[in-house]
Every structure is written in structure tokens, then in C-alpha cells.
Write a protein that binds this ligand. Sequence first.
Ligand code: AMP
Ligand code: MG
Length: 534
Amino acid sequence: MDAHPDPLASDDDAPVPGPVLHQGYAAAVPELSLPIAAAEPPAPAIAWLNEELARELGYDPAWLRGPAGISLLTGRVDAQGRPLSDEAETPAEPFTTAQAYAGHQFGRPNPQLGDGRALLLGDLLDTHGQRRDLHLKGSGRTPFARAADGKAPLGPMLREAVIGEAMHAAGIPTTRALAVLTTRERIAPRRGVTPEPGALLVRVAASHLRVGTVQFAAWHHDRDVREALLAHTLERHHPAAAGAQNPALALLTAVRDAQAELVAAWMGAGFVHGVMNTDNMTLSGEGIDYGPCAYLDRHRPGAVFSSIDAQGRYAYANQPGIALWNLSRLGEALLDLIDAEDPESAVARATAVLEGFEPRYREAFAAVMACKLGIPLHRPEAGAEVEVLTADLFALMEAHGLDHTGTFRTLTDDGADGVRALVSAAAGDASAAGGASDLEAWLDRWEALRERTGVGRDPGLHAHLQAEMEQANPRVIPRNQHLEAVLRAAELGDLAPVHAFLEAVRRPGKVPPDHPEWIGPGEGGEDFLTFCGT
Ligand code: AMP
Ligand code: MG
């Protein structure tokens, strides 16, 4: 892996009109990835290109759509970014790499995971000066593939693109798709007997470092490798912590805080990740690997949408606890870097950091919910008031079968009266008169709290909070039934619906002109299950 160029080398004479890729990770920690060439995909064609993101990275979308751009997207370039010729044999020194990682899957340790069907195309500096990874999924088997085929079906790759755009539009840290490509391949079906169209996903991430990466280093490598990984991770994601007295503890603290914020944002949005294994939890704090994930329709703490999560381990309301469980595994993997001399002291110090998760999470969640509820946080007691109000509202939403996203948007657009009407409609006319007094009482409390905080008297504050509510409470989210319908159309060869859907989730405050139905749940969303791997 020494063949990789210096990540700080100049791009001046680059043959690519845009940033040239480096393999900075392989250069920093060569033991944690393998140089693996991308197989040449049959007839790759762009199914969707994220033009906005392409420009942010510094690429011209039109160039990316051309043959040289497709070579870059599919990993068919050499270390200088020059396309490999069609006849080229697998290069002796491939530029792309497969990353090794381990992880706890559904609570059980797996010492050997890694990029089984994916490759790191490289890293680059985007137009904001941020270092980002480009990653290719579905590119064929690697030595980490175990028994699986190394391929990716079109539906799940488009699904990952849609969720990433929805997250980004909501301001939630996320990996994003740069492109989804189709190939001429038909691949083994996940269900049934009909082969599925094969696809490739090109993903952009702050990095692909995971809790599972640190676990892999802890379980298989010597201290020098673990230290190199720690230094690289801090430099890349948490530079403020790089000079800390105890860098490993500083990393645990930084990841704790980033994940507390991320999961708080998911909980506010009603998002269920579905596979919060430690290999699917990043050290950057970005959401990653949107496979069997879904947004709530009706608010249900126990909501699970993944066909493989039979125990409900990753149910909606379990997610903060699971984040802490995963962070505890990170802490374990860092113990001897925290204090090699005194294991008891290492455990005590890691535990103290982990005990900080709950207050961090609660603070982050209260901030998310204050925005959603239009309550200013400028008084010391406001956070606690928002927590109580939220817990009570969630319980009522569950009891009355209210739609998570719809309820908050109604509160935003039509206030308490809007929600009263919603409940009457949900309960039917017979019980409307007296059937929802608990919810009435909650709406009175919400209005009273808003009054107390001066929202009614201060037009400037009112406008500010209203704008925050509109941003925090989308009309359009990628609801299960609608997403499934547009993915099914794509699988049958019609990409227009998923293109329209992607545009809709990118403008979440707007009713999609041709598809007003996308703001509602559609039929049968509660029983929806996803089957995709991640
Ligand atoms: P995930 O579902 O993202 O948690 O992935 C778990 C592990 O399975 C990772 O090591 C993946 O690279 C691997 N994997 C998932 N699907 C495939 C596939 N079709 N071919 C090869 N490896 C796969
Ligand atoms: Mg994964």
C-alpha cells in the first residue's frame, strides 16, 4: 500500500477536471485496508446524479456523466486519476481499497466484517476545504465478502440515496449519495425468484471510520496500529481533541457527543435506522448505511421495520440506549490506549465519559424538540419543561394513533386547533366530543407555556420560532409506502418517479405539486417491512 501518493501532493497537473483522489487512510494506517481493484461493471449508466453534491465536491456534473467521469465513479482510474482502458487487466497495484472492520451485530461480536461489496475510491478536499471520502458500493466481491455475492440491487441503492437527501435537507449529519448507477447485470433476488437489477452506489462521507474499525484494530492489531488509527481519526474528525492529554478518552468523548446529537435528531424526526450495529456507527457522527430503515407514520415507540430485527433490538425508542451500548463497545476497544498501565483506571475514566452520554443526549433532544414545538430555550428551566411536554405528547400520539410527522406539521401550520381537528377526525365523530380530553389538556399546556415564554407578545420571537418550526417539521419525508412505490417503478425501468421523489424530499417544506399524496402516509405503512441489506 506504499504506492499511494502523498495525500497532500498538489493537484495542479491533475488529468481530472476536479479534485484528484488520494488514499490518505491507507497511507496513515496501511494495516487496516487492502488494495483491491474495482471490477469493470457491465454497461454502467447513471440512474441518478447528485448534481448539487458534485459541484460541492468540485466536479462538473456534465463531466461526471461522461466516460471519464463514469470511470472515476466506478473506480476504474489509476493513481493519477486517468481512466483505465477497457482492455486493461486488473492493475498490479490497484488504487482503490477495501477497509477492514469488525463489529457487534445484534449484540454479538463478529471479528471479521469489512467492505465485502464496497471499495473506498479515495478521499478528496471539497470546495469548502473539507476532506470527504468517495466510496463505491456494489462493486463485486472482496476478500471480506464471506459467502455473499458482492453485488447491490437497484432498489436499496436508490433508497439509500433518498434517505441521505432527506436527512441532509433536515440538517441532520449524514452520508449522501453522489450517484446511483445501473449495470446490465441481474443479480440474485433478496426475496422470491425474480432476479433484481444490479446497481452501484457512489457515496460521500466525512469518512468511513466506524466503531467497528476501532474494534478491528483492538482485536487484531498491535498498539502501534491502534495509535495510528487514533491519531488519524482525531486529525480527521475531532482536531480539537488531537492535542488532548489523553487522546483516546478525547476520542470517546467526541464520538459520544456527536452520536448523542445524531440520535437526538433521528428521534425528533421519527427515524428508525434499523441496523445500529457497531459497524454501522461512524466516528464522525454522520448517519450511514441506510438499509432496512424507515420513518414513523403513526408514532409507535416499538416500531421496527427491518425484517431481520425479530427481537426489536433496534426499535424506534431503543435507539438512544443502543447508541450508548455501542459507545460502550468503543470505550472497551480503546481501554488500553486510555491507560495501559492501570486497567482499572482506564475503565473508570471510560465509564465517566459514558455516564456523560445521557445528559448530553437529553440536552440535544430537548433542543431538537424545542424547535419542533416552537418553544424558546432561553430560560434555565425550559429544557426540562420541553422534555416533560415531549414525553407526554409522544404518549398521547401513541394512544391516539397520531402520525408523527403530520402532527408536528399540523401544530406548525394550524396550531392547537389543527391538532384538535386531527384527533376528532382520527377518533371518528362519535367520540370526538369527549374522547380526547387528555390531548386537549396537553394542547392547553403547550399554548400556556408558549404564552409564558412571551411568544404571543413578541412578534419578532414569534416569527423566529415559527421559522424554526417550519424547518424542523417537514411536510415531506420519505414515507414507506410512497418510497416503496417509486423504487418498484425504478426496478421495472421507470426512473421518473424516484427522480421526482428525490426532488420532493429535498424540499421538505413544500407540497409536491404533482404528488400531494406524498405528504400523507399512504395505506398499510404500519406493516411495512424492509428486506435490504446495508
Ligand atoms: P451491513 O449490512 O452494512 O451491516 O454489512 C455487514 C457486512 O456484510 C459487511 O461486511 C458488508 O460488507 C457485508 N455484505 C453485505 N452485503 C454483502 C454482499 N452482497 N456481498 C458481500 N458482502 C456483503
Ligand atoms: Mg454496514
